[in-house]
Design a binder for this molecule. Structure first.
Ligand code: F6P
Length: 545
């Protein structure tokens, strides 16, 4: 039976509520309810608090959103994921990144097989390997200890590990971790300039082992490595593969025992919990990696067990839906007030926009409503000196997520952290409440013959969710990522889209291969380019040195 949310009873009730409150101001809600924070905040295991009170919502909004969630049976869809059903229909696969962070002594039966055995074995292999690299037992062919790890991968094979390692930098050991992803030779050269080959290990991370950038970079490094040491026999000691495509890995020349498996039911942008996270384990150690997994598992349990009105991912998803459909919010800003989360926005961009940036629904019908918002953002307080002008005084309606940590791991210059959190609190407040027009005694300014106050209005009414963690540690980062994964999953349920495939990235890849032949070999091919592409290629050929 075809589903579309706008046919639902509580969607219509939400529409009525929207018409009632759309012209109210966030400050009005606080004026009429002194306990608004208590009502619209949730304490997650005393490691994090979600404050969603600075949103354009009232009790009725939330009541209807929760009834809407019940009406469209979100819980039923969540259960399907947790039971291993093939919810990734277009790829005929289960979606089980949640299994990767379950306790190893638990069971998870998929098609009557307990997949926790395989997961446990994979984790054990990662543990033994990482410990032996860290303690110096595993060495390069010159018998020197390993100093550098090169993660060769793109998209989910880079963004998650890179972001987590940056977030947990304070837990790292002596190993230097480098990320090579772009096909741009500058990325490759920059990495090679930072390492010595004989004390480095190279991990080719690709679930498909066909991603062009990754394989090209891997081949170039392999060739460079063999040429440098005039010998093809040392390569196997330094090159590893993390993949689901064993055949291609062997063909590349990787030694069988140097392969770490990615399971079919692990999506690329959901793979940081798998062997794709090996660079994290190498950097922060096995015990901290387990804590990272455990933080995510705690959020998984919360997501699975908690009723809608106390369920953090569900609430974030419903509020996002509320702004997307009723307020036509085209974008959402993710603002991390922690330099350790400087890579977080890029991670959430792939998670959100590659999952829900779709225009065909589960019935194969073209979608006429907006699906994924455009996710953007940055790091505070820097973003206050770049795009916050637009947030405060622009014409755009941009719901924001503000994320920060009460304690970080450094014990000097601690007053800086008080400054950081003061800005964190001040910005969400100013965005929400705005600022009364300034006193009358503003001096006149010549060129506009009006009071400066006309240009110093802060209208406010920009909504935000505040996500405040107690500490920045492996458990909290795990919980943070799981929270966003499930928020995005629920949005896909509501929007009636398949969130776990990514067919939209195929066309660009295949066309680039055709153009590559044209550019590289100067071949005359019968591909009739449009005048723009032809014109640009002509410039390329004219200017290429
Ligand atoms: O962007 C498409 C995509 O398939 C992502 O989903 C994935 O994270 C990335 O490319 C890399 O894919 P692979 O791990 O197969 O190299």
């Amino acid at each position: 039976m075809e589903y579309c949310f706008n046919k639902k009873k509580y969607f219509k009730m939400l529409h009525k509520n929207f018409k009632k409150i759309k012209n109210l101001h966030i400050k009005d809600f606080f004026l009429h309810d002194k306990n608004r924070f208590d009502k619209f905040s949730i304490n997650f295991m005393d490691i994090m608090v979600l404050d969603y009170s600075k949103n354009i919502i009232n009790d009725e909004t939330m009541k209807f959103l929760f009834k809407f969630a019940k009406e469209i049976k979100i819980k039923k869809e969540i259960k399907k994921m947790f039971l291993g059903k093939k919810i990734n229909k277009t790829e005929n696969s289960s979606v089980l990144h949640i299994a990767l962070r379950k306790p190893c002594n638990s069971n998870f039966f998929l098609n009557k097989k307990n997949i926790m055995i395989k997961i446990k074995n994979c984790l054990k292999k990662m543990k033994n390997f990482s410990e032996n690299v860290i303690n110096g037992k595993i060495r390069g062919f010159t018998n020197k200890k390993i100093t550098d790890i090169v993660n060769i991968g793109i998209g989910g094979s880079e963004l998650g590990p890179k972001m987590v390692n940056n977030a947990l930098k304070d837990y790292k050991n002596h190993l230097k971790i480098h990320y090579l992803s772009n096909i741009d030779n500058n990325n490759l050269i920059d990495v090679l300039n930072k390492i010595s080959l004989d004390t480095s290990l190279f991990f080719i991370i690709s679930k498909t082992f066909t991603t062009y950038e990754t394989i090209k970079n891997a081949k170039s490094i392999k060739k460079y490595f063999n040429k440098k040491f005039y010998n093809n026999n040392f390569f196997y000691k330094h090159f590893y593969a993390i993949s689901n495509n064993k055949k291609e890995v062997i063909k590349f020349g990787i030694n069988k025992k140097n392969i770490f498996k990615i399971f079919k039911w692990t999506g690329g942008r959901y793979s940081v919990w798998s062997s794709v996270g090996l660079s994290i384990m190498l950097s922060i150690g096995y015990k901290n990696f387990l804590k990272f997994l455990d933080g995510a598992n705690k959020m998984d349990n919360h997501f699975y067990e908690t009723r809608y009105n106390k369920n953090i991912p569900v609430i974030l998803s419903l509020i996002s839906f509320w702004y997307n459909i009723f307020f036509n919010a085209d974008t959402e800003a993710v603002l991390a007030y922690s330099d350790r989360l400087s890579k977080f926005t890029k991670y959430v961009q792939q998670l959100n926009m590659e999952s829900n940036g779709k225009n065909v629904d589960k019935n194969g019908k073209n979608i006429l409503y907006n699906t994924s918002q455009i996710i953007w953002g940055g790091v505070g307080t820097n973003c206050q000196h770049s795009f916050f002008q637009l947030l405060h005084q622009g014409t755009r309606f941009v719901p924001c997520d503000f994320i920060s940590f009460v304690n970080n791991n450094n014990k000097i210059f601690c007053e800086h952290n008080i400054n950081l959190l003061s800005n964190f609190f001040a910005q969400t407040k100013t965005l929400a409440f705005g600022k009364k027009t300034l006193k009358k005694n503003i001096k006149k300014i010549e060129y506009c013959k009006k009071n400066l106050k006309l240009y110093k209005k802060f209208l406010g009414n920009i909504p935000s969710n505040t996500i405040l963690f107690k500490n920045i540690d492996p458990e909290s980062i795990g919980a943070l990522l799981s929270m966003y994964e499930h928020k995005i999953f629920v949005q896909g349920i509501i929007l009636n889209i398949f969130s776990f495939d990514q067919w939209g990235v195929e066309l660009g890849k295949s066309l680039s291969n055709i153009i590559y032949e044209h550019l590289k070999k100067n071949k005359k091919i019968n591909h009739k380019y449009d005048s723009s592409t032809s014109g640009l290629i002509k410039y390329y050929k004219k200017w290429k040195k």
